[in-house]
Design a protein around this ligand. Structure first.
Ligand code: GCO
Length: 483
């Protein structure tokens, strides 16, 4: 197979120096939840609250990365990846959120960073991937401005210790999820359902990003270190692009999900249309004079996470209480055409292309990295002559098509410099617990045995050669026809 739609897939070559990486997050992989002085985070509390996470799963053990660092870093190396994105658990570094610093936490991440560097892999650090120290949540969490300052101090502490070695810093991962899933729909920790709280959280997360960058820039000494933030930007379409009401529905989703973050972070203002759309919820007086200037710090790389698309149309007036879209009272989501992954998310590589092009058009001065992209499937280990394998042709196909879309965006002039597959290993998928497998490496949760899936072998080939492989060893690519 060599063609689908209007572009060739296999044989496409990525630019020299392109970063091929994989990503993970602390609470999803580390386990060791109470070891070496780690404090509790909102995800410990949430996952231990009955009914919040599928099957009552928690991150207590996860995939034991905390105890398997060397083995797992060897695994990354064996996949020829040039970078590994992982997050630092704030409650390991400053267990109560404020106050005492835990040396054992710093030492752990120093081991990870040094282990990566020793293997020739660039460490890419996320400072906040959702594990807010519980004592801060007890004082209001992201609805409390003090949390932004506590985050800035934490960023400084980490920067002082690792700032001579970390290649790329990303302050926040998907503040959209932290704010709206955490405080409006309650699907994520801390599980609140308040539209006002969610908008306060939006602002305090943005403020945390800016304040942390100020601190980091003061203490980071690696000369070529890069600074970034990672947003999950909606790739939204209007159901009928010729219908102004549908176009307006799309605008509203983009204001809430994208520009609520990118405009203050990258441009130094909150979108006037967002303030207007949400004025029945709040007058945004929690944004103080000077805040947007603090938020708007220079960055080098704009990180985006992409999974699927959304289509909006004008619908009947309804309450948005309990949804992740505060104030979008006349917006209706249109079901996306399949095929779908095991998350029920639609597979749409063209959405990645559209998002990259649109993001570059809106914010042309930044390099872009895809900090996450990947898919969950129901993978199974099979054994051939005593050798364990996991055949995941759907995931290979998914990655192939999304890498091809990324390549097409590069050809169209998007300064895309890296791509991190979500995720290195199967792990704790938040509210879905261990029921959803995103890894390119399979984990047997009983034995913690790691088995490379076919997608890992396929990706290793891409990472080693920089060229999208025609085929994976012994595998079959699924039917052409969709892009
Ligand atoms: C996110 C997070 C990851 C998820 C992944 C799959 O995007 O939600 O960054 O931690 O596991 O996206 O849902």
């Amino acid at each position: 197979m060599s063609a689908t739609g209007d572009f060739r897939i296999s044989g496409l070559q990525f630019p020299d120096g392109f970063t091929f990486g994989a990503a993970s997050a602390a609470y999803q992989i580390e386990g060791a939840a109470t070891e070496d002085g780690r404090g509790a985070s909102i995800w410990d509390t949430f996952s231990h609250t009955p009914g919040k996470v599928a099957n009552g799963d928690t991150g207590d053990v996860a995939v034991e990365f905390y105890h398997r660092v060397d083995e797992d870093l060897d695994l990354i190396k064996s996949l020829h990846l040039s970078a590994y994105r992982f997050s630092i658990a704030w409650p390991r570094i400053i267990p109560a959120g404020t106050g005492e610093v835990n040396e054992a936490g710093l030492a752990f991440y120093e081991r990870v960073v040094d282990g990566l560097i020793a293997r020739g892999i660039d460490p890419v650090v996320t400072l906040y991937h959702w594990d807010l120290p519980q004592p801060l949540e007890d004082r209001g969490g992201w609805t409390n401005r003090e949390t932004s300052y506590a985050f800035a101090r934490y960023a400084r502490v980490v920067g002082e210790r690792l700032g001579d070695r970390v290649a790329v810093w990303t302050t926040l991962n998907e503040p959209w999820c932290s704010a709206y899933l955490g405080y409006a729909s309650g699907e994520h920790a801390p599980g609140h359902r308040s539209e006002l709280e969610a908008l306060q959280a939006v602002h305090h997360l943005n403020l945390a990003h800016g304040l942390a960058l100020i601190e980091l820039r003061e203490v980071v000494t690696r000369p070529d270190a890069k600074f970034s933030v990672t947003n999950c930007l909606a790739t939204a379409y209007a159901a009928d692009p010729a219908n102004p009401e549908d176009v307006d529905a799309k605008r509203q989703i983009e204001a809430l999900q994208n520009r609520a973050f990118t405009d203050p972070q990258l441009r130094g203002f909150y979108p006037p249309d967002l303030l207007e759309d949400t004025k029945h919820i709040t007058d945004w007086s929690f944004v103080r004079d000077g805040d947007v200037q603090l938020i708007n710090q220079p960055i080098d790389i704009l990180g985006i996470n992409y999974y699927c698309t959304g289509t909006a149309r004008r619908g009947p007036e309804h309450s948005t209480e309990g949804t992740p879209y505060p104030g979008a009272t006349r917006v209706e989501a249109v079901e996306q055409p399949g095929p779908y992954t095991d998350m029920g998310w639609n597979i749409a590589p063209h959405g990645l292309y559209d998002l990259l092009v649109a993001t570059h058009e809106a914010y042309p001065e930044f390099d872009i990295m895809i900090m996450e992209n990947g898919a969950a499937y129901r993978d199974q280990v099979v054994e051939h002559n005593g050798v364990k394998r996991v055949h995941d042709p759907e995931r290979v196909d998914f990655l192939l098509r999304h890498f091809a879309a990324a390549h097409r965006a590069i050809k169209a002039g998007v300064p895309l410099t890296g791509y991190f597959v979500w995720s290195l290993m199967d792990n704790f998928e938040w509210a879905f617990g261990y029921a959803k497998r995103f890894g390119i490496v399979h984990v047997d949760y009983e034995t913690q045995e790691r088995t490379k899936k076919d997608s890992a072998l396929w990706y290793a080939n891409l990472a080693e050669t920089g060229v999208i492989p025609e085929q994976l060893a012994g595998g079959i690519l699924s039917s052409p026809g969709r892009n």
